[in-house]
Structures are given as structure tokens and as C-alpha cells.
Ligand binder design. Sequence first.
Ligand code: XMP
Length: 514
Amino acid sequence: MGPVIVVDFGAQYAQLIARRVREVQVYSEVVPHTATVDEIMAKKPAAIILSGGPASAYSPDAPGMDPELAKQGVPIFGICYGFQVLAQALGGTVEATGSREYGRTEVAVASDGGILHRELPARHQVWMSHGDSVTKAPPGAAVTASSERTPVAAYENPDERYAGVQYHPEVLHSPHGQEVLRRFLRDIAGIRPEWTTASIVDEQIGRIRTQIGDGRAICGLSGGVDSAVAAALVQRAIGDRLTCVFVDHGLLRAGERAQVERDFVAATGVNLVTVDARERFLDALAGVTDPEQKRKIIGREFIRVFEQAERDLKAKGDYRFLVQGTLYPDVVESGGGAGASNIKSHHNVGGLPEDLQFELVEPLRLLFKDEVRRVGLELGLPETIVHRQPFPGPGLGIRIIGEVTHDRLETLRAADAIAREELTSAGLDRDIWQCPVVLLADVRSVGVQGDGRTYGHPVVLRPVSSEDAMTADWTRLPYDVLERISTRITNEVSEVNRVVLDVTSKPPGTIEWE
Ligand code: XMP
């Protein structure tokens, strides 16, 4: 059976809906609303979900729904704006009633809650965000929930296999939303939950074997989750015909090289080549203080070192494939746009030079981050790798404000290791997205230690909470944890005599300092 297709009407929720569908173990993909009925049907959808969107359903330039889509015999579920366009397509009515609802709203379940709302609390909270309202459900559909201002907050027609809700079931502010979604998929669309981590692993291994045949592949390990899981999958599929390359650019945090060389290799048995390029990167960064310049240099050197490693391997065997840890959010076509794929042009170290003579293997292309982590655990990778917090490719190079030198790197590494240790032992790793520690190397701060005045440097703690790094808030760490970090850093790291806390959200501040 094909995927559940989420048609993206331009709200920010389409990917979230796809994730929620997958959480009930049903495979789901996002397509832009510009996809034609033929394109959607070519995917043999098990069901179609119409997402919310910013437009007004009857404004002339609203992204419409081709009514043909509702006649294909495929179960359909409409959410918010999708609920309205579906109602219109099936003969219901949508109007600007002037009764807008935004945010937490209470719905009342009808005496017959139908399939989707049966036995849910008679009144419960949902998340609404709409100006227009459905004033008449499609003929033949039962209205199963309403709110004070929206008489038709949910309709369903199980015989014709369509339904919808005005609210957003996919967000956590609708506590029963996930159950409603699950009931649609299971009880109206009749889809069995078969998208499990084990099935993902099996399927991907099959695909990798088909693609690579008896060829050889290279995978660059960054120390991050994605490349580690991609490599582990390919290792399962083709064994020692995979070689991983790990570049130590000297901008890593304490223990990271060992984590790759020891823990990752122990867990996977992968062939690993480590390139020690620490001197080379330090030389290239000498005298450079401009952040973008640093990023360019690090990126450029990284590619050169990696290409040399590739040439060395190619001289030894027929390496034709390159493994990349590209994820679904990087490739999904979303938004209501002209269908242009919004492939993320991340300023990532390890970005591919264009003339590379490789065929790409991207075993995580269909997966969201949480699924990647589950696959990693299924493959036996250690928690410390699977739940590693994000760390930028240019590493500590962009966390030293000022020139990057060997000694400054040592200082920052020591301070960073203390902060990480204390956060881990306080059990806070899952509460924070990441916590950059930044060395203000060009700032001198005065301190007093023993009898003498010191001129050291401040470090900044930047703990942030975030869903996706696009926006972030500073994490309210407990004072006692902050105190332990501060005391230990100022005692144990001789160059640092001050620890300060960054209390800026993003926006306006970015997560990194440069
Ligand atoms: P900002 O600082 O833009 O960071 O709020 C958002 C996320 O991206 C990471 N980041 C980078 N990652 N190369 C990377 O691979 C970079 O140059 C880079 N700059 C920032 C940052 O750690 C955060 O997770």
C-alpha cells in the first residue's frame, strides 16, 4: 500500500501532520498543493490528508483543491483550511461568519460522536486557527463536534470514507488530536500500522543492496547522528565494502574523536579511516577573525582533506558510491509555492563539491530526525551517539570569538567538557536542544584569585530549548547547576575567570555567537 499523502496548503503544519501519521506507524509523505490529481494518484495513496493553510477558502487566489481528488475513492481527511476546501468540494458551504477562533478552544462532542469523537470527553480542548467557517457540512456527512462559535467543528461520512476537523489535531494543544487522527487512519481509512522501525531498517537495507550491488561506498562521519545512522545502515547492508572517513579538524569537542573511533566502531564493526588534519586547519585559520571567513576556510579545507581521502581509497578499490545523511525535511517539497523543492542549502562542513564522481546513497531521505534516532537504536548504536545534541560543522572554530589558536581551543574544550558533564549529571540533556559554550578570546576580564588580580577571559553559556533550531528560547537552568558549572570552570580552567549566561531568545539572537 502506498503512503498517506499530506497535501500542504502552505501552513507550517504539513510536516508535523506527516510525523503524527508516522507516529501511529503509518508511512506518510508531504506534497505541495500544486501537485495534480494524477501525480497524487501515481503514488497510490492509502489516504489523503489536506493540511491547514493561511488562505481564506473563498478568496479568488486561494489554493484550491481539485474536486476530482475527492472522487478517486481514496479516503480523505481535512484539517482546518483543508476541512473547509474539502467541505466545498463535496457540496458543503464555507462562509466568513466573522467569528474567528485562534488558540485554545473548547469543543463539544455531539450526542453521537461518530467514529472520530466517540467516547472522548464531552467537552475538551482543541487548538483552533481560522477566520472562515464551514456553515453546512457536505450532504450525507454527520456533524460530530461543535464549538461556541463554530457549529460545524467536525464532520464525517464513514461510508464515503471522508472526514475532517476544523481544529488542528496534530498539535499538542489538542490533547485528543492524535487519537482522532489514529481513528481516521484505522477505522475510516482501514490502514494497518505497519511502518515500524524494524520495517524501516529492513526496507532500507534492501534498497541499499539494490543500489550498490557489489560496489563499494564511502561515508564521511561528522560525529553527528545522521551520518552515524546512515553509515550504520549501509554497513548492515554491504558490510566491509563500506569505508567511513572521519576528519579530525582539531575543532572537535573533548572525547568526540574517541566516540567515533572507539564507540561507533565497536557498535558497528565499520572500517574507519581517521585523517588527522589538526595542524592543517590551524595553519589555515591563523590570523582569521571574521566568522564567515572562518566558515569558508573550514569548509574549503574540509573538502580538500576529504577529497584526498577519497582519492586514496579510490586508488585501492572501486569506490563509486558516497553515503549522505540527508533527512526528509531537507528534501521535502513543501509550501504552496511553484513546486520548487526547498532543498536546504545548509552552510554545513562536508558540503559536496559539484564535480564529485560519485553516486549518492541517501538511506535517511525519507525519515524525520526522531525516526533516524530510533533506527540508530535499532541498529545498536549507543545512546550517547543517538541522542547527541547538534554541533555545528565548523565546530569550536565558530565558538572562539577572535582568532582560533591551539591554546584557545584547549581552553574552550576544557570549559565545554565541564558544562556538558554537569548538564548530563543533572539529567538535563533531553531538556536542552544544545548548549554552546563560547570563549570571548578577544575580551579580557579582570578577576581576583588568591591575592592577585587576574586577566582572564569570559566564557558564555548559551543553553537553548528548541524544536528545530529555527526559533529557540534560552533554557531556564536551575541555579545550582549554573553554580556548579561556573565554579568548576573558573577553578579548573586557568584562562577563564568569568562565566556569563546568555538570556536571549532566537530571534533576535542566533544560537551560535558567530
Ligand atoms: P544559529 O546560530 O543560526 O544556529 O541560530 C542554528 C543551528 O545551526 C547550527 N549552526 C551550524 N551548523 N554549520 C553547521 O553545520 C554552521 O556553520 C552552523 N552555524 C550554526 C547551530 O549549532 C544550531 O544548531
